[in-house]
Design a protein. Structure first.
Length: 165
């Protein structure tokens, strides 16, 4: 791979992270925007994008600025975790390490789901958000780690500028 191609890949990765941050923040910003701006049909359409992703039960959904979020608090936490991981971009981990992190995050989420559905505790938005953030963050952390490893491998294969004729 040429040095120029490696730079282009790095720029694409950077823009991809920006898109992940924007998508991850959308369910958090949408209710505030709908409360303060005349979004009309656009606001309804943006809200509808999330309709098939989540049950949106009122007791499990946060209200921001008087408008219900388009996702329950756990799903909103997943989106927030995606945004945070894309913004921070660390740590870059091995696949083996990522599997452990992701497995633990998923186990904690399942534990919260089961204990809540068995009525061992009420709906606690902080734990729903936290378990969602952990899953979303570790999911994107693994994805970005894989892309970083691939980019690093491709950059190492690129001929150096000094080796050009």
């Amino acid at each position: 791979m040429t040095v120029e191609r490696a730079r282009v890949r790095a720029k694409i990765l950077g823009w991809f992270r920006v898109v992940l941050v924007a998508v991850g923040l959308l369910p958090w910003l949408l209710p505030i925007a709908r409360a303060r701006l005349p979004l009309g049909t656009l606001g309804v359409a943006l809200d509808f994008v999330f309709f098939s992703m989540c049950h949106r039960r009122p007791a499990r959904t946060l209200v921001l600025d008087g408008v219900a979020m388009p996702l329950c608090s756990r799903c909103a936490g997943i989106f927030l975790g995606v945004a945070l991981a894309a913004a921070i971009g660390r740590p870059i981990v091995s696949l083996r390490t990522w599997r452990w992190h992701f497995g633990i995050a998923c186990a904690l989420m399942v534990l919260d789901v089961v204990t809540q559905d068995l009525h061992l505790h009420p709906v606690w938005h902080p734990t729903r958000i936290l378990t969602g953030v952990l899953v979303g963050y570790t999911m994107v952390m693994g994805f970005l780690s894989g892309l970083a490893r691939d980019h690093k491998r491709s950059a190492a294969d690129a001929p150096s500028a000094s080796a050009a004729p």
